[in-house]
Design a protein around this ligand. Sequence first.
Ligand SMILES: Nc1nc2c(ncn2[C@@H]2O[C@H](COP(=O)(O)OP(=O)(O)OP(=O)(O)O)[C@@H](O)[C@H]2O)c(=O)[nH]1
Ligand SMILES: [Mg+2]
Length: 317
Amino acid sequence: MSIQNFRKHFELASKEAIRWFPGHMGKGMKIMQQKLKTVDLLIEVHDARIPFSGRNINFHDTLTAAKPTIMVLSKKDLIEKEYHRRIVEKIQNDPQFPIENVFLANAKDPSCDGLKKIIPRAIKMIQNSNRFNRAEEKERNIMIIGVPNVGKSSLINVLRNRHLNKKGASAVGAVAGITRSVLTQIKICEDPLIKILDTPGVLMPNIKNVEMGMKLALCSCFQDHLVGEDVIADYLLYWLNKHKRFHYVDIMGLDQPTDDITHVLFAGAQKLGATLRMHSIASGTMEVRPNLRSAAKYFVNSFRKGQLGKLCLDELD
Ligand SMILES: Nc1nc2c(ncn2[C@@H]2O[C@H](COP(=O)(O)OP(=O)(O)OP(=O)(O)O)[C@@H](O)[C@H]2O)c(=O)[nH]1
Ligand SMILES: [Mg+2]
């Protein structure tokens, strides 16, 4: 296939796939709102691979408008370094919800520069803010918010380790929905006394934009089975071709780029030796077929591990 023939738009075979919103999330948001009066500052965490897509805009109206807020773009190790400054500036100058204090962070690297700056900046911002009913409180409370799987709990753990020299207090995992209890309070610093409330990820109620939904799916903000690994893999292929990122050709055992996901998955299954034994109704015997689902998972995971290159999915201009 010639490169000019790649798809210019991504379309879902069924629009139904875009109706995800697990019910417990709305309840989580209400409890977070009720807790707001015990909080001095918010840290909104978002995935640096989708710095502008999929942020829950309801956070602004219900939470961040009322308290000083720091934005942390996590997983900075998975995007190109040359984008860092432009991303921060774009968020600071956002026409709708600008956030002044923005840091990029890699929770897997305790010596990361962005990580070092978060708590000192938070202390300063709380000092300079009107704490209303909390003016006499010695304890500073921070609430961490964000959509699922962006690294909220990982950030708490690495900050706790850094400022208190203590290891993981909050459970972390590669799929969405690891933190379930609405508010777990974790001490992360002794002097001054700082506690962080971990919260479950909350998506916006409606994701009408297909591309935004697919980017969130690719970054594991939903559980894969809700969208389907094959659909996520097809979106990934579309994105890679559109941006002329062809590392996948090698990784999936192809000869050249293609826009046909079935072709990619067949080649990938063959490369992996991934097969399925299935009963054929036509012949009445067991047949060995390529395991396309395994190939789709492998393809999507290659992106998630950064093996397809450092990729920021959002356009910067
Ligand atoms: N590469 C990389 N992976 C990260 C980083 N931060 C978190 N992760 C990974 O992202 C996944 C999700 O991390 P969590 O800390 O559980 O995310 P969460 O936002 O608390 O997720 P929920 O509680 O499910 O909403 C885990 O596999 C982490 O190891 C980072 O800075 N870089
Ligand atoms: Mg969590």
